[in-house]
Design a protein around this ligand. Structure first.
Ligand code: AMP
Ligand code: MG
Length: 333
């Protein structure tokens, strides 16, 4: 059996596992998407705000609803490798990575085919494709037979939502349907890599680690270095989000570590520690931390904390993604 068939079988199984209620909701959602509307839905990374990626007007609604700069391209979500190949010019690296990580938190930037509207790709000649590892997301794509463009389901500049209730309170009144699939697994967005050239370039750290990608390809993955490589990553031009509470990134700190919790929120200050609860050691398994980070930023705002001190994560595994998000949220280092 080819690996491609294995991926398809996995997708079928995931969709079949949905409860009757979620089957009905995803039927409804797929109809809304086919009709050019917006649906918010869970993925394994964060909640997405989805629309037909092939429709200029549907995609325009995404940008409008989020207040997203029009030159920040959207990721196209697919439910099969076949679907991806219709959107971008596939290559050998893409095949290897999709077989290893799809469905999963890895977005592949490749030369776009003409079928992808310029609006979806923020005017670039390339497009990012990914197969989400979430039954609801996959069902929406499969049932509408459309690739779904979906950035995070928040107002641009706010932390990405990891629960449906956050989506509902932030943009619920602007869209016809928010599908609740519980808390997301990763809590940070997908990894974005550019595989259009010989050199593989990491455009955004995320759920799949650089080390895992390097091991699969058997080659090094580079940070954007040349001017043209930096220009390939429009999303990183923007401050990812600006928390209402000023955030300061600090080196590992005894006082912060003392709370022995990932997050400690008071009214004067909040502390984000990298010391695992009840353990003395700095913990490099940041998965739990990642799941709670964005939600905790919103909680710190709600409580009215005046300042956040966050320890700087080590660049290992998902730590690289956490460091990226915190650096971009920080007022000062
Ligand atoms: P979001 O949808 O908010 O998770 O952001 C999507 C990320 O993917 C942003 O950082 C975009 O810049 C990036 N992205 C999407 N499409 C492309 C592309 N064609 N080339 C480079 N980066 C892309
Ligand atoms: Mg986003």
């Amino acid at each position: 059996m080819s690996n491609c068939k294995l991926v398809n079988d996995k997708v079928e199984k995931l969709i079949a596992s949905l409860t009757p209620e979620l089957q009905e909701l995803t039927d409804r959602g797929a109809k809304i998407i086919s009709d050019g509307g917006l649906v918010a839905f869970p993925t394994e990374t964060v909640y997405g705000l989805g629309a037909n990626a092939l429709s200029e007007s549907a995609v325009a609604e995404i940008y409008k609803t989020k207040g997203r700069p029009s030159d920040n391209p959207l990721i196209l979500h697919v439910s099969s490798i076949d679907m991806a190949e219709k959107l971008v010019k596939w290559n050998e690296k893409a095949e290897k990575l999709a077989e290893a990580f799809w469905p999963g938190a890895l977005s592949l930037v490749l030369p776009a085919r003409d079928i992808v509207p310029s609006k979806t790709r923020g005017g670039l000649a390339t497009a990012a494709v990914r197969m989400p590892n979430n039954a609801i997301a996959l069902a929406l794509i499969k049932k509408s037979s459309l690739p779904i463009a979906a950035p995070s389901a928040n107002i641009s500049g706010r932390p990405s939502p990891t629960e449906a209730s956050i989506v509902t309170s932030e943009i619920g009144d602007k869209i016809p349907l928010v599908i609740d699939g519980g808390q997301t697994i990763f809590g940070v967005e997908s990894t974005v890599i550019d595989i259009t050239t010989e050199r593989v370039v990491l455009l955004r750290a995320g759920g799949v680690s650089k080390e895992e990608i390097e091991a699969t390809l058997g080659e090094k993955v580079f940070a954007p270095q040349t001017e043209s490589e930096v220009r390939r990553s429009p999303g990183t031009r923007y401050r990812h989000y600006a928390p209402l509470v000023p955030l300061f990134l600090v080196e590992q700190d005894e006082e912060i570590a003392e709370s022995k919790k990932w997050f400690w929120i008071g009214t004067k200050e909040a502390r984000f520690s990298l010391t695992k609860p009840l353990a003395e050691k700095i913990c490099l398994d940041y998965n739990e931390y990642a799941r709670e980070l964005f939600k905790t930023l919103r909680e710190a705002e709600k409580v009215g904390a005046e300042i956040i001190y966050a320890e700087k994560p080590t660049e290992v595994g998902i730590g690289l993604a956490l460091q990226d998000r915190l650096v971009r949220a920080a007022s000062k280092r």
